[in-house]
Design a protein around this ligand. Structure first.
Ligand SMILES: Cc1cc2nc3c(=O)[nH]c(=O)nc-3n(C[C@H](O)[C@H](O)[C@H](O)COP(=O)(O)OP(=O)(O)OC[C@H]3O[C@@H](n4cnc5c(N)ncnc54)[C@H](O)[C@@H]3O)c2cc1C
Length: 356
């Protein structure tokens, strides 16, 4: 029976930033690849958009630049944001800091990355992976109602709720805390507004965010798993209205699981170097700002280089991600300090790095 089925060298689950980039890089090494995603990134809108700010950090821009990627204009959103207004709702202090994010339409960005995946990569979109088995040195990937895909290597780029992680690394120590991010999207016409980073220790120990994007204005905040996020989020909205943000015309609400590293994140590999995680599925995301594109891209590059080097891929991946994982760990420490109100108050009072 096995000589009738198609066996891929590598199956990548998830065509977000990590998976799309990884498929592009690995395809250059001649592997027979399938990339699977529940979203259809090749269709015309609407697709179910990932809850995300869509801000491309300088670190993420650097990785794309190093790979000769440029962004088409229509991926960008209006306005471009050059300053972050940090507000502490407990002390009512606020400061502006210079930042160099690109404000993007996240859905269009994912579509753009998918559009540059070469034809040699087999795409299976609108495909929900619901179970994965490892039998006779092969991954048997069950999807939708009765589809099955086979591959020798499996890579989970399937984000915070990763089925690859749940299937193969359930017992592993995973130094992340679960948060739930809530976003409300409002109608907005005032394009001169800023990007706000919001702190309020009475609501959560994570930051909140608010920013304009085209004709919409998004407000978001993340709450520890099992806390009453909706209640606290509504209190946040009331406070921001009092602060002066015109949040009246609610268009939509969205939410998603958000992983927050809380220690030294590891690399994951099993079954004789045949299953790996990259991007947010591995917990590679900033614990202080939820910036994740640069970590998704850097881990994809590290994993691709690890395959290219050959030999012990797991060991290569461990070495090649050491800088990335150390950076996350430093951010874990920084996050603990930043969410300490006394330290934040001092930073804001001393106007460290503030632009006015
Ligand atoms: C509220 C919020 C705001 C954020 N804002 C920013 C920001 O402004 N800037 C920034 O840099 N980062 C931001 N991030 C983080 C960023 O979104 C992630 O770090 C980044 O998307 C990770 O990329 P990824 O490819 O690893 O995973 P994802 O982007 O999550 O992609 C995973 C893919 O896997 C697919 N998938 C998952 N499960 C299955 C399955 N069972 N079957 C088939 N397909 C599956 C999904 O459809 C998805 O396409 C934010 C995150 C949140 C939650």
């Amino acid at each position: 029976m096995l000589n009738k089925i198609k066996i891929y060298d590598i199956a990548i689950i998830g065509s977000g930033p990590a998976g799309s980039l990884l498929s592009i890089l690995l395809s250059k090494q001649g592997y027979k690849i399938i990339i699977i995603d529940k979203r259809n990134l090749d269709s015309n809108p609407p697709i179910r958009q990932k809850t995300c700010g869509g801000l491309l950090s300088p670190d993420a821009q650097r990785v794309l630049a190093s790979l000769d990627f440029n962004l088409p204009n229509d991926v960008l959103a209006n306005p471009q944001l050059f300053s972050v207004n940090t507000i502490d709702l407990n002390t009512n202090k606020s400061r502006n800091y210079q930042r160099f994010y690109l404000n993007m339409d996240r859905e269009k960005f994912d579509r753009y990355l998918s559009s540059v995946i070469p034809n040699s990569v087999n795409k299976s979109y609108s495909t929900i992976v619901n179970r994965i088995e490892y039998i006779d040195n092969l991954y048997k990937i069950h999807a939708n109602l009765n589809e099955v895909y086979y591959s020798k290597v499996l890579i989970g780029c399937d984000g915070a709720g990763s089925i690859v992680r749940k299937s193969f690394f359930q017992q592993e120590k995973f130094p992340v805390k679960k948060y739930f991010a809530i976003q409300y999207v409002y109608k907005w016409n005032n394009l001169s507004s800023k990007y706000y980073a919001i702190f309020d220790k009475t609501l959560t120990d994570y930051s909140g965010w608010a920013f304009p994007k085209n004709d919409k204005f998004t407000v978001g905040m993340a709450f520890p798993d099992k806390s009453d996020g909706i209640k606290f989020f509504n209190i946040l909205i009331d406070k921001l209205k009092k602060y002066g943000l015109p949040l009246d015309d609610l268009i939509s609400t969205e939410g998603s699981l958000l992983l927050r590293p809380d220690g030294f994140v590891r690399t994951y590999s099993k079954n004789n170097n045949t299953v790996f995680l990259a991007g947010e599925a591995a917990g590679y995301i900033s614990p202080s700002s939820a910036e994740g594109f640069s970590f998704a891209f850097n881990s994809a590059c590290a994993l691709s280089e690890s395959f290219e080097k050959g030999g012990n891929i797991s060991k290569n991946y461990k070495i090649k991600t050491i800088k990335l994982r150390t950076k996350i760990f430093i951010k874990v420490i920084k996050a603990h300090l930043l969410y300490n109100q006394f330290i934040r108050k001092t930073i804001m009072a001393l106007k460290i790095n503030a632009i006015k």
